[in-house]
Design a protein around this ligand. Structure first.
Ligand SMILES: [Zn+2]
Length: 347
């Protein structure tokens, strides 16, 4: 992994960067925007490597001394900020504080690059700089200097001060197509093309999510979970309890199971609107999606989705998981959604 050739998708922003290098018109600061996990950081690192590559003018060769140091993560002129633990509490807060920006970015930017042509600073989730930190960085961005290049990434550009945004060249990173993710999954995860298709559909345009999906889990948990949504025989209590158990068994982070269920209901809604298999995410569960869509109407499906949203927020608020799972089990299986949907949604 080194140059642009290894990046999946994002032809447009990469073309912009390469052309800038070819024409000697690289901006002092770039702001990469786009969803989590689409590949902003991968492109940023490839760009940083290309800027100091000793062989190629507009890409990283992967073999020169500079490219090798980049690949090993020890190039002295590439500064990738990480969140740091608070010196007092030892806790890592997901913020860049002013001291860190001063020490790791501003101070370093005064010196010449040690080995490369330029020094590249990468600030991921740049919107998590404190306002003080952002203002300190702004001063540096306002006094551009050819030896420093700043790469800022964010999912939420609107959270960055407009003064910072206006100092950067904006590059948008769109979601990857299912084909692009499928390619990544087949190569990186070593799965069949058919499995890759499902993973790609579930990953929602994000390579990060695709890589994090656990295939075995998907196969062992997903389909029985969806099938349980369709169980009608027997007492509600028994079925709901079984559903609750399955939700709990789905893993530490209950949000993942909740998202799976939401995705399934989303598919059922989609099927009611337009029964086109190409638009269904859970393509390996197509018959279940179809049955569900035939049995429940739009209002029912919405009510159940609302329960899932509610449950997700309860998980985020650390409400006891057993309780959430039980409540959700009842709501998902009752003909009319009950306890969760009556409550107001917590913020
Ligand atoms: Zn090179």
């Amino acid at each position: 992994m080194s140059g642009f050739a290894d990046v999946i998708g994002h032809k447009q922003p990469i073309d912009v960067l390469r052309r800038a290098m070819q024409n000697g018109k690289v901006a002092h600061a770039y702001l990469f925007t786009g969803a989590a996990g689409v590949g902003k950081t991968t492109v940023a690192r490839a760009f940083a490597a290309a800027l100091n590559c000793q062989t190629l003018p507009d890409d990283a060769c992967g073999t020169c001394v500079s490219c090798r140091k980049m690949a090993q993560g020890n190039h002295p002129d590439f500064v990738e900020l990480e969140y740091e633990p608070d010196p007092k509490t030892g806790k890592v807060s997901e913020k860049y504080k002013i001291e860190q920006i001063r020490l790791k970015v501003i101070k370093q930017s005064y010196y010449r690059p040690l080995e490369g042509r330029v020094r590249v600073f990468l600030i991921k989730d740049a919107d998590t700089m404190t306002l003080e930190a952002a203002n300190a960085l702004l001063k540096t961005l306002e006094e551009p200097n050819a030896q420093n290049i700043f790469l800022l990434e964010t999912r939420h550009p609107q959270l960055l001060p407009s003064t910072i945004r206006s100092r950067c060249q904006l590059l948008r990173f769109g979601a990857l197509s299912s084909e692009e993710i499928g390619r990544f999954v087949v190569v990186e995860m070593g799965v069949s093309e058919e499995e890759a298709l499902t993973v790609a559909a579930l990953a929602d345009g994000s390579l990060g999510r695709a890589a994090a999906l656990d295939l075995e889990y998907l196969q062992n948990v997903r389909l029985p979970l969806f099938a349980q949504l369709l169980k009608m025989e027997g007492a509600l209590e028994t079925r709901a309890l079984a559903m609750g158990e399955m939700i709990l068994a789905g893993g530490e982070d209950m949000k993942e199971v909740i998202d799976l269920l939401t995705g399934f209901l989303h598919d059922a809604l989609q099927w009611r609107v337009e029964p086109d298999p190409a638009r269904i995410r859970n393509r390996d569960a197509l018959d279940l999606v179809e049955q569900y869509a035939q049995r429940f109407d739009v209002a029912d499906i919405y009510a159940k989705m609302r329960s899932l949203v509610y449950a997700r927020r309860l998980v985020e608020r650390n409400v006891h998981k057993q309780m959430i799972a039980n409540g959700l089990g009842v709501d998902l299986l009752a003909t009319q959604a009950t306890m969760f949907t009556r409550g107001r949604l917590p913020k």
